[in-house]
Design a protein around this ligand. Structure first.
Ligand code: 13P
Ligand code: SF4
Length: 323
């Protein structure tokens, strides 16, 4: 647990990516955050895309969207700080209606969550009567409330097949939907949302990387375009990519996803060489040690969800967790 390590030992965890000149400022925030966590009875849930000083130094729980949702459902703490984007904080709040869930910067959005509204889902239902709606967790609570069930990149195929129907609507990520469709007999009706981070990778880039780095192992997130996933050696959620590195110890690897992911996995696996074309998620990068500290000091910004939305949205998330 990062909370019990002396600060000097904590620095050893991140030394390769945090220059010594930056550490004193981080150490000051980390010490304050530790004290505030005790005072407020708070835990910090951090997504795999958070920067190493958050991921390795103050997070109590780290993981992909699915793991964060599962852990949020289990915590006994009174306060949850979600170091990630807004939809992740909403998911935590849905599963913990009586706890305070804080998001350190309200502007930490997501291009996928922005790509669809509840009215769009109602329109899709009218266009495809009787076809169940599977919503990626990267959606607002209002969209989840219009959905039958949620999914994440870690369980999308399983969730789609769990419904036992020949056709589903899967929204809002066009590429995730196409990547799942390539692996299942279930017909998928997709929406046209895209992740602004993953849509920028190309199959040509993968070919160039392979030519430049013989023996390179290419791991891709399923939000990448289908030709990128086809050109990769493995595709999976951020947790699945991390597990792949831990299990297989490839000599040289590239993670086609957000940049901090490589930093965090590389720190845990100094034996693996990481090739680094990556793309930054500007929304994830809005979260900093300074605003986590401020969130705990001021108890802002507390996530609230209208009960008329929260109840059906919670059902869609809980149905996913039960599969
Ligand atoms: P994971 O569920 O794989 O962590 O993905 C979340 C996300 O936002 C990827 O861009
Ligand atoms: Fe959304 Fe893409 Fe950022 Fe993930 S990486 S939070 S899907 S914009």
């Amino acid at each position: 647990m990062p909370d019990t390590l002396p600060l000097s030992q904590l620095y050893e965890r991140v030394r390769p990516v945090v220059p010594p000149v930056e550490w004193p400022a981080f150490a000051d925030d980390i010490a304050a955050i530790r004290a505030l966590k005790r005072e407020r009875d708070a835990v910090i849930l951090a997504h795999n895309y958070q920067t190493p000083e958050i991921f390795h130094c103050v997070a109590n729980i780290t993981g992909d969207s699915l793991a964060l949702a599962r852990e949020a459902a289990k915590t006994d703490a009174r306060v949850i700080v979600l170091a990630g984007v807004h939809f992740m904080a909403e998911t935590s709040k849905l599963l913990n209606p009586d706890k305070t869930v804080l998001v350190p910067d309200l502007r930490a959005g997501c291009s996928l969550a922005e790509s669809i509204t509840a009215a769009d889902v109602r329109l899709l239902r009218r266009r495809y009567p009787g076809v169940p709606v599977v919503s990626y967790v990267n959606t607002s609570a209002a969209v989840k409330a219009e959905s039958d069930i949620c999914c994440t990149s870690g369980n999308a195929k399983r969730i789609v097949e769990s419904l036992g129907v020949p056709r589903v609507i899967m929204l809002p990520d066009e590429y995730l939907a196409q990547n799942v469709a390539a692996e299942t007999a279930v017909e998928i009706v997709a929406w046209h949302g895209r992740c602004e981070v993953h849509e920028r990778f190309s199959a040509a880039e993968v070919r160039t990387l392979r030519a430049e780095h013989p023996g390179l192992v290419v791991l891709a997130h399923p939000e990448c375009p289908p030709d990128v996933v086809a050109a990769a050696d493995f595709a999976g959620s951020t947790a699945a990519m991390s597990d792949y590195v831990a299990r297989r110890h490839p000599a040289r690897v590239v993670l086609l996803t957000e940049c901090s992911m490589s930093d965090n996995v590389a720190l845990a696996h100094p034996e693996v060489a990481f090739v680094r074309p990556c793309n930054l998620c500007p929304h994830m990068k809005r979260i900093t040690l300074a605003n986590i500290r401020q969130a705990l000091e001021t108890m802002t910004h507390a996530v609230t969800i209208d009960p008329s939305i929260a109840d059906p949205a919670r059902r869609a998330v809980e149905r996913m967790l039960a599969v």
